[in-house]
Write a protein that binds this ligand. Structure first.
Ligand SMILES: Nc1ncnc2c1ncn2[C@@H]1O[C@H](COP(=O)(O)OP(=O)(O)OP(=O)(O)O)[C@@H](O)[C@H]1O
Length: 798
């Protein structure tokens, strides 16, 4: 590598003959900062003015509103004046927000306006000097580009090329030429700390420096050090489906977030953050990555866990098992016939075979077979399930489920209305109306007045009042039914689903090979036991959700989403992958995962990835690999590779950053383990490691570990038990389960009890790998009794 270093610091040598470029760059930096300062002054003035406006309007809001409720026309006028005043306030608040965002951006630009410079000579043209930063900076003339946004087409030269012949893509083609110079800067607080000329795509020194820093409780953006292969992922516009297999710590999540920022910039006219959705593994991870986009000056995309999706659809009426509980239940049943049957069911219900079966079943449901719920009030039938079915199936099948369901919904709402009218003479209603309180009578009175009642024929008006009252009472009585109809609950998706496990011929006729899966009888009994009792096994949740959403029509559910990102994709079953594809029919998909971290039974048979790569046509699909692990030191990466089977570890290489070897520590008993870990924690904190993760296998072991450590550590040590409900990663020492550690990282990781008892089975190998790869700088592995057979032999302490 050929690197010129212009200042002491991260680099090794100082090149005195090159001070002139440094002076030149410092001068230029001042010019840019001056521009930033000027813009800042302007925006601050606007901000002050708007703030004043907003405060003023808020204070005087009620003074400027004419309040008069003496009659209905006055009420209307009062209402209009409130609306007007609120609109003025909203408008000022909007421009206040725009100005305050600009000030925020400029503040960041003042700190570090750019991180790179490239000199590019276009073929047949002159040389252009381009500075690249997190955001662009354009002069007041509207023409001078002081800084280009890192996402501008020309900026990709920096990430993709070394000096020499180079090219970059523009929307209508490609621009070719010669990259004359590539320079990197570290600017902090407006001061030039370092400056390098480099011949590598993105110079090693800066990356080294960035990676050696301590980790934080929130993820950082990698904009200044994006690597070429990551840039390929970030800027891909050609493929509808991007599948990234990347080693632990290779920057999959980072690349995904940078890609979202890129897409929001590139398609800013048509794409908004709420049209992008990212599926995260758990709430802790959600919090962990939620600062990256705002830091890049973009609003966050939507983020959710698959669990939240399931809960939203099924959680209100059923107790739905989650993936962790399923995993722990399977572990407990291991070796029993029951355990074997359940594992078979989990794998089958996550398979493509089952997905096709459900799809075929849906085709059949186009003709017949959907189960509907009878609408009933007390013992009166408002619409029977047969009538609803007849209505649903009367709509042309070619209109699709969405239209048929919506038409049926409208019909049912009409039916409810008619039913209310039909009840006017009924005794129950008369009685109920007599019990009505004063407030309701008042409402009926206002209603009658509004519709022009209360004139001379007093008798008639009274009758109208009574009718109104009764109507009101009847409508209130059936309000829950109307609400259920509006949210399509007249379709009984659960019963429709269970038919598949009640009727052999139905299942067999839908299965792609006409066969029942092995263990169908067990699944059938299990469905009766669980679903019949309002409990849903995790393996049934996605198929059920699929059926339920398909019967309402997916377009209605989430038709507007344009990009779906799935992180930790190896944890999804092929069924779930195919489901997401159907759920977001118009979306492009970016899917990132690592088959070496596939720790759940539901996805193990697919090699962790099979389900994703076949979702779209091969020409629309790109499968990429990231093999360099940036997170951990060379010593940790080499060690963790040793946990995997040799074939699986073959494609992982560390980024050359050296650290201390992992420590393997055998302890006499749990008490000794606790004492040793507590002493090590105190030492690691004293050495300045800001985030320490104590990772136990299960949630209950994590709770025990935390209780023990709390006793042993001094009171002022920041120690937190991170649970499934935690939304933020705390500073200091976090104690958590292996499942929650997915996707996040710590300066130091202490693996709590890596004994053969805990991590002894083949299935535990990838889990142990996942846990150990969370470490940036320090890794300690403790156990009692026999160590896990997956721990590699090292020369460390035993
Ligand atoms: N180009 C880069 N420049 C600087 N840091 C990087 C770069 N790529 C990755 N990193 C750092 O490496 C670490 C791991 O990145 P990230 O979490 O995105 O990896 P991952 O592939 O999603 O990991 P895992 O699968 O293990 O969860 C992070 O600290 C990230 O900041």
């Amino acid at each position: 590598m050929n690197t010129k270093v212009y200042a002491q610091g991260v680099g090794k040598s100082m090149d005195n003959s090159s001070l002139a470029p440094r002076e030149e760059e410092e001068k230029r930096l001042l010019t840019v900062l001056e521009q930033v300062g000027r813009r800042m002054r302007k925006e601050l003035a606007v901000l002050g003015e708007r703030r004043g406006d907003v405060v003023g309007i808020r204070q005087e809001f009620w003074e400027d509103v004419r309040m008069n409720f003496s009659d209905s026309s006055e009420v209307a006028e009062t209402w209009t004046s409130i609306v007007q005043q609120a609109e003025v306030l909203a408008e000022r608040e909007r421009s206040h927000r725009v100005a305050s965002e600009a000030v925020e951006r400029l503040t960041k630009q003042f700190d570090s306006p750019y991180f790179a410079r490239i000199d590019f000579t276009e073929r047949g043209g002159g040389t252009e000097v381009v500075y690249i930063g997190r955001a662009s900076l354009i002069g007041e003339d509207g023409e001078t580009f002081y800084v280009y946004d890192w996402r501008a087409p020309v900026s990709s030269l920096f990430y993709d090329h070394e000096p020499g012949p180079a090219a970059y893509r523009v929307p209508d083609g490609q621009i070719e030429g010669e990259l004359e110079l590539k320079r990197q800067f570290v600017i902090r607080g407006g001061l030039m700390k370092h400056m390098f000329d480099t011949s590598e795509t993105v110079g090693d020194e800066i990356l080294q420096a960035v990676l050696s820093e301590g980790s934080d409780t929130a993820m950082k953006s990698i904009v200044a050090t994006i690597q070429k292969e990551q840039n390929g992922i970030i800027r891909d516009e050609r493929h509808k489906l991007l599948v990234v297999q990347g080693a632990a710590g290779s920057g999959k999540t980072s690349a995904a977030l940078q890609r979202i920022a890129y897409l929001l910039y590139r398609f800013r006219e048509t794409l908004t953050p709420d049209q992008i959705i990212l599926f995260s593994p758990n709430p802790v991870f959600k919090g962990y990555i939620s600062h990256v986009l705002p830091d890049l000056g973009e609003a966050n995309m939507r983020q959710m866990t698959f669990r939240e999706l399931i809960e939203a659809r099924l959680g209100r009426r059923f107790e739905v098992e989650d993936l962790f509980s399923q995993t722990e239940a399977l572990a407990e049943l291991e070796g029993t016939a029951e355990g074997e049957a359940r594992e078979r069911a989990v794998k089958y219900k996550g398979s493509e075979h089952f997905f096709i079966t459900v799809e075929n079943y849906l085709k059949r449901l186009e003709r017949e077979g959907i189960q509907f719920r009878t609408l009933r009030f007390r013992d009166m039938t408002i619409a029977s399930s047969e009538e609803i079915a007849a209505q649903f199936y009367a709509v042309e099948a070619s209109d699709g489920f969405a239209t048929r369901a919506a038409t049926t919904k409208r019909w049912l709402l009409q039916r409810l209305k008619a039913w209310v009218e039909s009840q006017m003479g009924e005794k129950w209603l008369e009685e109920a109306a007599e019990l009505v309180d004063q407030e309701d009578i008042q409402r009926a009175y206002v209603d009658v007045r509004r519709s022009g009642g209360f004139h001379d024929e007093v008798f008639d008006d009274e009758e109208q009042m009574s009718l109104r009252l009764k109507r009101q009472v009847a409508e209130e009585a059936i309000a829950p039914i109307a609400k259920a109809v509006r949210s399509y609950r007249f379709i009984d998706a659960v019963s429709t689903y269970t038919v598949l496990f009640e009727s052999r011929p139905t299942f067999a006729s839908c299965a792609p090979d006409g066969l029942l899966p092995q263990g169908w009888d067990w699944m059938s009994l299990r469905a009766e036991e669980t679903i019949g009792r309002k409990r849903i096994d995790h393996e049934d949740a996605t198929p059920l959700m699929y059926l339920s959403e398909a019967l309402e029509g997916f377009r209605r559910v989430e038709g507007d989403i344009q990009h779906v990102f799935v992180d930790e994709a190896q944890d999804y079953s092929p069924f779930q992958a195919a489901f997401l594809r159907r759920r977001y029919p118009r979306a492009r998909m970016t899917v990132l995962g690592d088959f070496n971290q596939a720790i759940y039974v539901q996805s193990q048979d697919s090699g962790g990835f099979g389900g994703w790569t076949r979702l779209m046509a091969p020409e629309a699909t790109s499968v990429l690999r990231l093999t360099t692990s940036y997170r951990s030191t060379e010593q940790i990466v080499d060690f963790t590779k040793g946990i995997l089977a040799p074939g699986d570890a073959a494609n992982i290489s560390p980024f050359h950053r050296s650290g201390e070897p992992p420590r393997l520590i055998s302890c006499a008993d749990p008490g000794a383990l606790g004492e040793r870990a507590a002493a090590d924690i105190a030492e690691l904190l004293a050495r300045g490691h800001g985030t320490i993760g104590v990772i136990a296998k299960t949630a209950s072991e994590a709770a025990d570990a935390e209780a023990l450590l709390k006793e042993l550590l001094a009171d002022d040590v920041p120690l937190t038990l991170v649970t499934g409900g935690s939304a933020e990663l705390p500073k200091g020492v976090s104690v958590l389960s292996s499942y929650l550690a997915k996707g996040i990282e710590f300066d130091a990781v202490l693996v709590w009890d890596a004994s053969a008892k805990r991590y002894g089975r083949e299935k535990d190998r990838k889990l142990l790998y996942t846990v150990c790869t969370r470490a940036l700088h320090v890794l300690h592995v403790y156990w009692t009794g026999e160590p896990s057979p997956w721990l590699p032999e090292t020369e460390g302490e035993r």
